[in-house]
Design a protein around this ligand. Structure first.
Ligand SMILES: [Zn+2]
Length: 83
């Protein structure tokens, strides 16, 4: 009878160790995915697009040249359009 109890105890201990290892692995994996999410760059925000008043070229706001009448693709077209 004592032999069966000993086997049962060993099985229980083995099960507890396996369960703990599995939980640790899951935690490590969760931390890894969280770290990956943090290192990923944020989604690029689409910059506003506008049209050159002189030639109709579409360009982002950051590349545009502002004139008194509107936006242009460069100072050359601003000069041509506004004089
Ligand atoms: Zn232009």
């Amino acid at each position: 009878m004592m032999k069966y109890l000993l086997i049962l105890a060993v099985l229980v201990v083995a099960y507890l160790i396996w369960k703990r290892n599995r939980r640790r692995k899951a935690e490590a994996q969760a931390q890894q995915t969280a770290a990956q999410r943090q290192t990923q760059p944020p989604p690029a925000t689409p910059s506003a697009m506008l049209t050159c008043r002189h030639c109709g070229l579409h360009l982002p706001l950051t590349d545009a040249t502002q004139g008194s009448l509107g936006f242009y693709c460069g100072p050359e077209h601003r000069r041509l359009a506004e004089g």
